[in-house]
Structures are given as structure tokens and as C-alpha cells.
Design a protein around this ligand. Structure first.
Ligand code: UD1
Length: 368
């Protein structure tokens, strides 16, 4: 059986790695890894392959950046050629990025089986490009692997047949579980040195922001940066900056460290292991990412999400996540509560146990 995995952007790489490893245990499975090239910078792509132990892609479609239509269309055109040449029995797509929906659509039209890893998540906010990608991918996928029960419920409500849905758990946690010990070796005597910066455990706030709704609107980005600068007067802020966000901040002249407080540390995007090590010992993580809401819940680290909604509701209902929206007063007061030792306590959601990928491999091998 020939399987093509399609990945394109940073969060995909942690998801494909354990599935690729698990399927590697079955000699009858021949796997090909296709990188669409949606993310192409060394620190957005190559460093993840190295640190995760993921083999280099067999094929790189090199689509690069572009508008949603251009990027999606380019992936479809180039991936269709790949599928026609390679003739896979099944294609696996991951998460909710443009590469996910583009590859799924190509396969649906060619009659190739598609499996969607991380299916069923819904923010119910169609202004998010990822929500459109999730809805469309799930409608045309043949196997839907969900990370949480809310995913199953969403899919059933949307008319997806029960037999296509498989609740397997969270593949991102499989990777975290495997690599956390290695990541934590970066801490020496309670200190961690990175890019000329030294931080002490539990004495910093970790920030990531890249959602268009937060960074593309100058007024909102200015308010968020003002709130983060205020927080940095109390506790050091470590902020590895996504290229999209860096561009916006430079355009607005907000990235000059001298204009911020001394404790505001802007970094370039960092690798998986460094980021994991920083998450584990952060006092709190402030983010608008999807995956980081999950990782902090698993690590039992407080997370404040700068979004009005989340497609990962278990991180709020039973995890450590709190949605603060774009209310910067609320962000400040929640940080204070955490600094005062009143952080929300959480538990780990069912089947976030490091074995999701084994279940996916078992289902693929034994049912298809
Ligand atoms: C994409 C995903 C988003 C995911 C995020 C993780 C979609 C719709 N969005 O958003 O769900 O959370 O990846 O990072 O698929 N750029 C670089 N170097 C790169 C990649 C991008 O400089 O290697 C810059 C380019 O200016 C580009 C911009 O970042 O225009 C945005 O990249 P893009 O892939 O369009 O979307 P992300 O914001 O990264």
C-alpha cells in the first residue's frame, strides 16, 4: 500500500512525524512525504525536520507564499501532477492549513482515499481561514481521525457517517511526549540560554502571535504590544516572532527593542525543542496558536489565548487555557492572577497519551 503524507507549514511537521514513524513499523506500507513549500524559511521548516527526526521530504512542491487563492491553487496544480505520477492508494493530510484543503480536494476529484489527521475541530468562526479549511477538508475526507470527542460530535452534526470517524487522540501530543525529555536537557541548573539571552525557570512570560485577526490590523496589534510591554515591566517577556508578525511590527516601527521595555525580548522563530523547553517552565504562555493551547494543557502550564473562540474547547473546559479575546485589560489582570499564584488548574484530555499515531496506523493497515 502506498501512502503520501502532505505537509506544508510549521504545525504540520509535529503531526506527521509520529504517524510516519508508526506506519514505518508495517513493511507492507510504502510512504512518501510531500512538502508543499508553504513554509520555506530554514527556521520555519528545515529545523523542524532535523529536530523531530523526520526524513527530508521526498518531493517539495515549492509553492511559497501568496494570497489564499494563489497558494491553494498552486498546491493543487502541483500536487495533482504528483498524485497522477505516484498513484498512491491513500493520502494523509494534517491540521487546517491551506496545504491540507488543497491536497484533499485534489484527491477527492481523482478518487484517491483521503485521511484527515486532526479532524472535526471547529471554532465556529468562518472569518478564520483555518475554519474554512477544516470544514471543507472534513466534508471530502474518507477517514477522519479526531483528537477529542467534540470533534466526533461536530462531524456527526455535519452529516459525516459514523464509520468514517475515528477518535484516536492527539498526534501532536505523541511528539511532545517523545521529545520532552530531550527538550528539558536544555535547562541547566534552572537556567536556559538562547540567542544570547539567559532565562530563569518560572521567571518569564512566553508569547507567540501570528493570527491575521491579531497582527494584520494596526490598531489591534498596537494595543496588544502596549499590553505586552506593560507586562514586561513586571516580568521578562520572551517573544519569538513569526515572519508575518515581524513584517507587520516592522511596518509599524514597533519592533525596535529600544522603544520597548528592557525586558521585552524579541527573538527569531525558534526550533521545536527550544520552544518546548521554554513552554514547560514559563510562568504563563500568551498565544493565538492552536497547537500551543494543546501543548500547555498537556504540560499543565497556564495559557492565555488572545482569541474570542477556540477550535480546541477541551483546553478550556478541562485544560489550563483561558480565552481572553482582544480585551487587553483582561489579559493584564489574568497575568496578575497567575503571578499571584492563582493559576487555573487543568487535567489532560482523554487519549492525549502518546499513542494516537499507533491507533491511526492500526486503523489504516487493518481496515483499508
Ligand atoms: C499558516 C497557516 C496557519 C498556521 C501557521 C503556522 C494557513 C491559512 N495558515 O499561517 O493556520 O497556524 O501557518 O505558522 O494555511 N513567511 C515567511 N517564511 C516562511 C513562511 C511564511 O517569511 O517560511 C511569511 C510570508 O510573508 C507569508 C507570511 O509569512 O506571506 C504568512 O505565511 P502563510 O503560510 O501564508 O501563513 P501563516 O501566517 O504562516
Amino acid at each position: 500500500m502506498k501512502i503520501i503524507h502532505v505537509v506544508g507549514a510549521r504545525p504540520n511537521f509535529m503531526k506527521v512525524t509520529p504517524v510516519h514513524l508508526a506506519l514505518g513499523d508495517y513493511p507492507q506500507i510504502h510512504q512518501l512525504l510531500v512538502h508543499t513549500g508553504q513554509h520555506y524559511d530554514l527556521n520555519m521548516s528545515d529545523i523542524f525536520f532535523q529536530q523531530l527526526g523526520l526524513p527530508a521530504p521526498d518531493i517539495n512542491l515549492e509553492v511559497g507564499s501568496g494570497s489564499h487563492a494563489v497558494q491553494t491553487a498552486q498546491i493543487m496544480i502541483r500536487f495533482e501532477e504528483t498524485v497522477l505520477k505516484e498513484k498512491p492508494d491513500m493520502v494523509l493530510v494534517y491540521g487546517d492549513i491551506n496545504s491540507t484543503v488543497a491536497a484533499a480536494l485534489v484527491c477527492a476529484k481523482l478518487g484517491i482515499l483521503v485521511g484527515h489527521v486532526e479532524a472535526g475541530l471547529r471554532s465556529f468562526d468562518r472569518t478564520m481561514p483555518e475554519e474554512i479549511n477544516r470544514l471543507l477538508t472534513d466534508q471530502i475526507a474518507d477517514l477522519l481521525f479526531t483528537p477529542s470527542r467534540d470533534g466526533d460530535e461536530n462531524l456527526l452534526r455535519e452529516g459525516i457517517a459514523q464509520e468514517k470517524i475515528h477518535f484516536v487522540g492527539n498526534v501532536m501530543i505523541d511528539t511532545l511526549d517523545r521529545l520532552l525529555p530531550l527538550a528539558l536537557e536544555r535547562w541547566q541548573n534552572g537556567r536556559f540560554a538562547l540567542e544570547g539571552l539567559t532565562v530563569d525557570q518560572s521567571r518569564y512570560v512566553l508569547v507567540t502571535l501570528h493570527r491575521p485577526s491579531n497582527v494584520d490590523e494596526p490598531k489591534i496589534l498596537t494595543e496588544i504590544m502596549a499590553a505586552l510591554t506593560e507586562i514586561s515591566r513586571e516580568v521578562p517577556v520572551i517573544f519569538p516572532i513569526h515572519p508575518r508578525t515581524r513584517k507587520r511590527l516592522s511596518d509599524m516601527n514597533l519592533i525596535n527593542p529600544k522603544s520597548a521595555s528592557q525586558n521585552m525580548n524579541f527573538l527569531n522563530p525558534i526550533g521545536y525543542l527550544d520552544f518546548l523547553a521554554l513552554q514547560q517552565h514559563a510562568k504563563v504562555v500568551i498565544t493565538d496558536s492552536g497547537g500551543i493551547q494543546e501543548e500547555t494543557t498537556y504540560l499543565n502550564v497556564p495559557c492565555l489565548t488572545v482569541r474570542e473562540n477556540t477550535e480546541r474547547p477541551v483546553t478550556v473546559s478541562i485544560g489550563t487555557n483561558i480565552l481572553v479575546g482582544q480585551d487587553m485589560g483582561r489579559l493584564g489582570s489574568e497575568v496578575e492572577r497567575i503571578m499571584d499564584g492563582c493559576a487555573k488548574k487543568g487535567t489532560v484530555p482523554p487519549l492525549w497519551d502518546g499513542k494516537a499515531s499507533e491507533k491511526i496506523a492500526d486503523i489504516i493497515v487493518n481496515k483499508y
